[in-house]
Ligand binder design. Structure first.
Ligand SMILES: [Zn+2]
Length: 506
């Protein structure tokens, strides 16, 4: 094909060895024209900005031509017949092996291996001997059942994690991130619209892919051990409400972040930090009254002996408590729990209906005292402060990462974008986040001891809380003998046996 002076658009893949020696396969559009029959001058899009030398492989004819690539421009005396005329069939942008992609890959795989290794240790720590603390509370069969439950959950967790990792790597190496970007950019709109669609599509895909797993977990695994109370209707409604809530709450916040990073220059992270902090604080206040009731029914605890005992305990520790709520946890599971949310007037203590059914009043006061301990010891405020600082650091680091072309090359992106950067930066942070979650778990375990200590001191005895926690463990088929490394990695609460030991010493 001979076209002198006119512009032609061709798409093909080119391979070029980097200075460092990594072979990079990439693809892009070449738009160019023949200066004369022997000279082709073209502009390329793609990630060839850093390449200076390379060879061009014509994917149709297999013919190789040496070309000089300079900063997005392809200038080389190419015989006209070597230019491919039609889209190349295997034209996929894949990752560039650079510092970023290597780090992310190592981190993802290491994370998976460490978790799997911890799982293995944890399973090996399951022995048939019942801990002496639980003699008389557990019978041999139920204890064996609880261990079988731990094994089944571990196996399931392994498959779910392996699937997640495999899907991510497949999508990455098949050039999925760039493919989606190209698709989204065909839609009319600016960077914020494109970002919302891009991230929304990825999140939706991730949610849809996780449905078979949550179905299995709820309707097979939990069902088999007698915990499941979720109906198909509740399951579907939860899913739909969850998605709608992400759109209504997450959409505007994400839109604001994308807007700041696109328009506010080097101070963008500060604005973004301010907005997200305001968002988190507001959510703390509105979650108990507006969001949680979308998923569960909160009923004030009925008048009677239990309420009187709870109220008089709260008064004895100077804790203003307008009301205690009962939450219909039995709608989803027979497992029981209690929790505390919100601040000031909006604070709310909720006891699962399943908890009230399984414990006597003294035990319930013990559990409640522990929850109040978290509030009085300012653990909730502490958690909030840490997440705000964490967020600020992350947003600052994000603003640095957005400027590095290497991060985008690592994912085969033809064009840089804030939304792409957001995802890739999240992956880049895998090792840091793992470290941070280990630290946060350690802090949380420390706080649990503190709340226990508060409860024992204020109730005046450790017995009711210890008995309540033992019964809870049995009821929820908790693993009584987790491996210390597993605890170090995953446990936000200390193993019950150490909690009991600590309470006995008070
Ligand atoms: Zn606690």
């Amino acid at each position: 094909m001979k076209k002198t002076g006119s512009s032609i658009l061709t798409r093909f893949s080119f391979y070029f060895p980097h200075e460092g020696g990594n072979l990079l396969k990439n693809c892009g559009f070449i738009k160019g024209f023949f200066k004369n029959p022997d000279e082709y001058s073209a502009e390329t899009t793609g990630n060839c900005a850093s390449a200076t030398k390379g060879k061009l492989i014509n994917s149709l004819t297999g013919q190789v031509n040496f070309v000089k690539l300079t900063c997005g421009w392809l200038n080389r005396l190419l015989p006209p017949n070597s230019i491919p005329q039609s889209p190349c069939p295997r034209c996929l942008a894949i990752m560039e092996l650079n510092w970023f992609s290597s780090l992310i890959l190592i981190a993802l795989v290491a994370n998976f291996l460490i978790t799997t290794w911890a799982d293995r240790l944890n399973l090996q720590a399951l022995t048939a001997d019942l801990p002496t603390e639980f003699v008389g509370i557990y019978d041999v069969d139920s204890y064996a059942k609880s261990q079988e439950y731990t094994r089944a959950k571990t196996r399931f967790g392994f498959f779910a994690a392996a699937f997640d990792l495999a899907t991510l790597l497949l999508f990455w190496w098949a050039g999925g991130f760039n493919w989606l970007d190209t698709l989204v950019r065909t839609i009319h709109g600016g960077p914020v619209t494109h970002g919302l669609i891009y991230l929304g599509a990825l999140l939706l895909a991730k949610t849809l892919l996780s449905i078979p797993f949550s179905c299995y977990s709820t309707f097979v695994l939990e069902e088999r051990y007698g915990f499941n109370r979720t109906t198909i209707r509740t399951f579907v409604l939860d899913l739909v409400k969850g998605i709608l809530l992400s759109v209504v709450l997450g959409g505007p916040l994400l839109g604001a972040l994308l807007f700041f990073f696109d328009w506010a220059g080097s101070h963008a992270w500060l604005y973004a930090w301010g907005v997200t902090t305001a968002f988190i604080v507001i959510i703390q206040f509105v979650a108990p009254t507006w969001i949680m009731p979308l998923f569960n029914k909160f009923t004030p605890l009925a008048e009677g002996e239990l309420k009187d005992r709870i109220m008089s305990y709260a008064k004895s520790v100077d804790f203003t408590l307008d009301n205690v709520f009962v939450i219909d946890g039995s709608k989803r599971s027979s497992k029981s729990n209690a929790f505390f949310t919100g601040f000031g007037k909006h604070k709310r203590i909720a006891l699962f209906d399943t908890l009230i059914a399984g414990h006597n009043e003294a035990e319930l006061v013990g559990i409640l005292a522990h929850e109040i301990g978290h509030y009085q010891k300012k653990h909730i405020l502490q958690g909030l402060a840490i997440s705000i600082v964490h967020l600020g650091i992350m947003l600052y680091l994000l603003s640095l990462a957005l400027g590095s072309q290497g991060l985008f090359n690592a994912f085969g992106m033809e064009q840089r974008s804030v939304y792409g950067g957001l995802i890739f930066f999240g992956l880049l942070l895998t090792p840091l986040e793992l470290l941070l979650s280990i630290l946060m778990n350690a802090l949380s375990r420390h706080n649990e001891f503190e709340a226990d200590h508060f409860a024992v001191k204020t109730v005046g005895s450790a017995d009711s809380l210890i008995l309540a926690l033992k019964k809870l463990s049995v009821h929820n088929l908790a693993n009584l003998t987790p491996h210390p490394f597993y605890v170090f990695l995953h446990y936000s609460h200390p193993p019950l046996i150490s909690r009991i030991a600590a309470m006995r010493k008070i």
